[in-house]
Design a protein around this ligand. Structure first.
Ligand SMILES: Nc1ncnc2c1ncn2[C@@H]1O[C@H](COP(=O)(O)OP(=O)(O)OP(=O)(O)O)[C@@H](O)[C@H]1O
Length: 614
């Protein structure tokens, strides 16, 4: 298969065509008769029991960024009326700014839309008790990273719905799979996707609604009385209800719907805020998709919980990111009011940013590196950060990237420290409140085994997959991640990769593809690399390296009429760095690697298609 053909390859999803939406029962909008206190409320203040929204007015000091839920932070901002908190900028996008108050005001309008419609509340298909007018109905949200996306999620939550963020890049079959799988009652989208989404909604028997434009800060300030609404009167009761379904990337199989509750979301945003010290002084540059946990939690929910500002870049752009950093920190130690302080990305983004930096002239390199140096924190995750990338980034920007380990099912669980040693090739230690352990194979004596995680941020279940949910847990309640790993001498976790895709079995040895990739990336001609075990009749699997050559090196070799790289050359170079049985025995040179929205290669599918061609 050619690289171009592979680039467009997509995992196939069976399309569920026989979906029937069951009758939707009418559940009247019920104001909860017993308003329970938020969990952090001291017992002595039980006289607030029936005070509803006034509670937030009179007690706004309780809603510091360190207490309460993500929803409560928004409520608190609105209860402060036109004070600085309500007017604080939550989102920047397309050159416009949106305050916390404006987001809430929009979310309330969306919420009112739901309360007018009696057919949305989950009907006979509802699985949970639910609250608000939606009672746990699933609301699909299709919007580019924007204030409207955030308002759509909040509006859904305020009405007791379950938000299902859908990828803009999904082909129709995949969108329909997700919509039918999670039984979406209503699809919300912005104007730019309205035509396609109306058709998709109709095909899956869901209703459709446009997300109203959020008014930006230049046009209107929101008065606190505009923000008082009964939709808030749900505190306490809702915390264990589902709030979000995120679909896994499908790297190891068909994507599964992972159900998170308000409680698991709250635990996670608190955990990340504390671990990475997000505060209201932070300004996060966001260029990740919002249908995966990295973009959703690390770069959006947790910063909003901490009342930071989040600035969406419409699309990942190397020059756009470098420019935004330079604008933030112009020469002479200046810093703009909205200077970016935090950046988080996947490893391929850093590879591209390094390439972009190398293509700049000297003057531009100096101002770019000096600006990047001034950010407070730069992080990497979603897949393994190769050591060469980490070291190169550090030598350019002075930042030792903070690498952490996460998964849709528990969001983030293990992280290198904000303060303290960030060890290359490791993902750090369990975050506070998280218990992690290695479940070792009986015959494995070298400490390698499956990473298992227990955390307050663990998901509730896989949507409609009770058996799969059950099988994913150990008897003592740990989630089995399917990732192989070990703990080093300092207690830092080392990820060796997915048992099903990254652990190759070659002539009796179990090898980590990630370790070999990291080494091969040190070769000056290798720009990108993917290692996988292709079926081999003698050894079970053969270490196969697929490389993308560095542009300049490729051009040089082509000018000399030489092959870009040979297997002998690569393994000859690697033999001092890798044990003989880890050396690649097959080499493929491609123009690019088939990566998904999170920069990951679906190795299971790739292996299958390459094995089939042999
Ligand atoms: N820092 C990291 N180093 C190595 N691998 C990582 C790191 N962070 C995340 N991962 C990988 O990403 C996985 C989680 O990603 P996600 O939840 O999107 O699932 P997926 O594997 O991409 O998709 P699916 O579950 O559908 O197969 C982890 O299980 C791990 O394999």
């Amino acid at each position: 298969m050619t690289a171009t053909a592979l680039k467009s390859f997509n995992y196939s999803l069976s399309l569920i065509t026989t979906h029937h939406r069951l009758n939707h029962n009418y559940y009247s909008y019920a104001i909860l008769s017993c308003r329970r206190l938020p969990r952090f409320q001291p017992a002595s203040t039980s006289s607030f029991l029936n005070s509803g929204f006034r509670f937030f007015h009179s007690n706004r000091h309780l809603f510091s960024s360190q207490s309460g839920s993500l929803m409560e932070v928004f409520k608190a901002a609105c209860s402060e009326g036109s004070s600085s908190s309500c007017d604080r900028i939550a989102i920047k996008a397309d050159g416009k700014s949106y305050s916390y108050g404006q987001l809430i005001s929009s979310a309330l309008s969306i919420s009112k839309l739901f309360s007018k419609d009696n057919s949305l509340n989950g009907g006979e298909t509802k699985k949970y008790e639910g609250f608000g007018s939606l009672k746990g109905a699933r609301i699909g949200i299709v919007a580019k990273p924007s204030a409207e996306f955030v308002a759509g999620v909040l509006g859904t939550w305020f009405s007791g719905g379950v938000a299902v963020p859908l990828a803009l890049s999904y082909p129709e079959a995949e969108l329909l799979h997700v919509m039918n799988d999670s039984d979406i009652s209503l699809l919300l989208s912005t104007e730019d996707h309205s035509e396609t989404m109306k058709t998709i909604a109709a095909k899956s028997g869901a209703q459709y609604h446009l997300i109203p434009l959020v008014v930006d800060s230049s046009s209107e300030t929101v008065a606190s009385n505009q923000l008082q609404d009964n939709s808030f009167e749900t505190e306490g009761k809702f915390l264990d209800e589902p709030a979000l379904i995120v679909y896994t990337s499908g790297t190891t199989g068909k994507p599964k719907g992972v159900v998170h509750t308000h409680n698991s979301i709250n635990s996670q945003v608190k955990m990340l805020t504390e671990a990475w010290e997000y505060t209201s002084a932070d300004h996060i540059l966001h260029c990740l998709p919002l249908h995966h946990v990295h973009g959703l939690f690390n770069a959006l929910f947790a910063p909003l919980y901490a009342r930071s500002s989040v600035e969406f870049l419409p699309k990942f752009s190397v020059s756009g990111i470098w420019r935004r950093w330079r604008e933030s920190y112009p020469v002479n130690d200046e810093k703009t009011d909205d200077a970016i302080t935090v950046f988080t990305g996947v490893p391929t983004m850093y590879t591209r940013l390094i390439q972009g930096y190398e293509a700049m002239d000297k003057e531009m390199q100096d101002s770019s590196a000096s600006a990047a140096r001034k950010l407070r924190l730069m992080m990497s995750g979603s897949s393994a950060l190769p050591r060469p990338v980490m070291h190169q980034w550090e030598s350019i920007t002075g930042h030792r990237l903070l690498e952490r380990y996460g998964m849709t099912e528990f969001v983030m669980a293990i992280s290198n420290p904000l303060r303290g040693e960030r060890k290359a090739g490791t993902v750090g230690k369990p975050l506070p409140g998280v218990e992690a352990k290695i479940k070792q194979d009986e015959n494995d004596l070298n400490g390698v085994g499956e990473i298992c995680v227990k955390s307050p941020s663990l998901f509730k279940e896989y949507w409609n997959l009770p058996e799969v949910t059950k099988e994913s847990f150990t008897e003592d309640g740990y989630f089995k991640t399917g990732d192989a790993g070990r703990v080093d001498e300092d207690g830092y976790y080392v990820i060796l990769g997915r048992n099903s895709a990254d652990i190759m079995k070659v002539g009796g040895y179990k090898l980590s593809a990630l370790e070999i990739e990291s080494t091969l990336l040190e070769h000056p001609t290798v720009a990108e690399c993917c290692v996988l075990g292709l079926t081999d009749k003698d050894y079970g699997e053969a270490v196969t390296a697929i490389i993308v050559a560095e542009t300049e090196a490729k051009k040089r070799r082509e000018d000399e009429s030489k092959p870009v790289m040979t297997l002998e050359e690569l393994s000859g170079w690697a033999k001092d760095k890798l044990a003989p049985y880890k050396l690649p025995t097959r080499l493929l040179i491609w123009e690019s690697l088939p990566r998904n929205a999170m920069g990951k290669v679906n190795k299971k599918e790739l292996k299958k298609s390459l094995d089939n061609q042999e």
